[in-house]
Ligand binder design. Structure first.
Ligand code: SF4
Length: 214
């Protein structure tokens, strides 16, 4: 067993998005963690894997070995998606959170985001992934998805605004892309969606989303 060190390096393996591991990948990742005697391995609140306490020299080669498992998150995509097991795997699930999350991860926007865009998707109203506290939140009911925008946790928390209810997968993805495009166009540099919504306002956003298309 390795000893905890004072090193404060931090490495996240973003490829494990939505907290999903393929068993074969998991075995290989564990082998690498053991080889480097990583002092502390932790599942983060974002459903990713953090490797802590590795010194600078070792961190570079550790990251190189983990590269096949790392999903690079470009500036034109959302930062990460958290999703619960949803209707495929949870008895309470009403909508397939994992399937929607996979579709959302693949969307590439025309312009890069200048701040993080975190997404939480829950298969039912119990909201296990805290969608009201994410930049983009979705939760399912028997009638479809509810879309929430502009939430945030941290030291200045904000409950997101409900944009629309009873959406199909395609409607939810289409509407959230429109929300994020308006956010890209109108937000100040580095401004997260919560601060943007405090300034821009839900009425103006709804007007842009719904009225100007009629
Ligand atoms: S949000 Fe609902 S579907 Fe998802 S894990 Fe929680 S209880 Fe299950």
């Amino acid at each position: 067993m390795s000893t905890l060190t004072a090193q404060k390096n931090y490495s996240v393996v973003p490829g494990l998005n939505m907290g999903i591991f393929e068993p074969r990948d998991f075995a290989e990742i564990l082998g690498i963690i053991s080889k480097y005697e990583v002092p502390l391995t932790k599942i983060t609140g974002a459903q990713r894997l953090a490797l802590l306490g590795v010194d600078d020299d070792q961190m570079k080669s550790l990251q190189a070995e983990l590269k096949p498992f790392i999903r690079e998150t470009g500036k034109n995509t959302v930062t990460y998606v958290q999703a619960c097991p949803g209707s495929q795997w949870c008895r309470y699930g009403k909508q397939d959170a994992l399937a929607l999350g996979k579709k959302l991860e693949k969307i590439s926007f025309n312009e890069p985001f200048t701040a993080k865009v975190k997404v939480g998707i829950s298969g039912c109203r119990m909201c296990c992934t805290e969608p009201y506290l994410r930049d983009v939140g979705l939760f399912g009911s028997n009638r479809g998805w509810t879309l929430v925008f502009g939430g945030n946790g941290g030291s200045h928390p904000r409950i997101g605004d409900v944009i629309a209810k009873n959406l199909t997968d395609d409607e939810a993805l289409d509407l959230l892309q429109k929300c994020l495009t308006i956010y890209q166009q109108e937000s100040r540099p580095t401004q997260r969606s919560a601060r943007f919504m405090e300034r821009f306002g839900i009425e103006e956003l709804r007007k842009r989303l719904f009225e100007e298309q009629e």
